[in-house]
Design a protein around this ligand. Structure first.
Ligand code: PGA
Length: 248
């Protein structure tokens, strides 16, 4: 049985004090042990949010992670630094990073390896553009992203990996993929993993859907057999919406 995982991706939102205030209000969402809940917050707020979460079961994630431990990489944050804060997860290869910050499959793979080395669980984001979907190239695109991101990752490491399928055209647009379409792609990703590894790993890996998940559509999405959770952007910034989503 795969445990559902609902992650809030705050993106570049909330100051440190706003973040502390927010998690203070949602702390008890961690009490439901049937769902894993996590918040992925801006780097500067990680430490304070971690302290505010205290013994709450809510997990903490970053929105990126560099592959080197230290060095001349102005503006980057290393896995060693993130480990010291005590984060659990790192979003890697979000489409906004691919689109605006030149993230490639190769750098995604390096970041995945670095995160695993520091016992930080990667949430690897994949997804096609609208153009690719319309040209029937969605599966090809997602397959390439999945395979490249897992280059050199062994079977044992796979238990710590989460995938998030986020069709780019559904992010922040209010347009959701139909739950059936999302399930189909997620099942396709599971098959790729089975081909590359084995059935046990494919059955165990958790794959989220992301893209305009809201209280009104979360249940339908979560009811799909292959969808194991949601990566939630906009709706994770509002206490009531995020609460409703976690309690789907
Ligand atoms: P959205 O963002 O829920 O605002 O569409 C999802 C994401 O980008 O992770």
């Amino acid at each position: 049985m795969r445990k559902p995982i609902i992650a809030g991706n705050w993106k570049m939102n909330k100051t440190i004090s706003e973040g502390i205030d927010f998690v203070n209000k949602i702390k008890d969402l961690g009490d439901n042990t049937d769902v894993e809940v996590l918040v992925c917050v801006p780097f500067v707020a990680l430490d304070s949010v971690k302290k505010e979460l205290g013994i709450s079961n809510i997990k903490l994630g970053s929105q990126n992670i560099h592959w080197e431990e230290s060095g001349a990489y102005t503006g980057e944050i290393s896995p060693l630094m993130l480990k010291e804060i005590g984060i659990d997860y790192a979003i890697i290869g979000h489409s906004e990073r691919r689109q605006y910050f030149n993230e490639t499959d190769e750098t995604v793979n390096k970041r995945v390896k670095a995160a695993l080395k520091y016992n930080i669980k990667p949430i690897i984001c994949v997804g096609e553009t609208l153009e690719e979907r319309e040209e029937n190239k969605a599966e090809e695109k997602v397959k390439t992203q999945v395979i490249n991101s897992l280059e050199g990752i062994n079977e044992n490491e796979m238990k710590d990996i989460v995938f998030a399928y986020e069709p780019i055209w559904a992010i922040g647009t209010g347009r959701t993929a139909s739950s059936e379409d999302a399930n189909e792609m997620i099942s396709f990703i599971r098959n790729i993993i089975e081909e590359k590894y084995n059935e046990k790993i494919a059955e165990g890996i958790r794959i989220q859907y992301g893209g305009s998940v809201k209280p009104g559509n979360v249940r339908e999405i979560m009811n799909q057999p292959d969808i194991d959770g949601a990566l939630v952007g906009g709706a994770s910034l509002k206490k009531d919406d995020f609460t409703d989503i976690v309690r789907f």
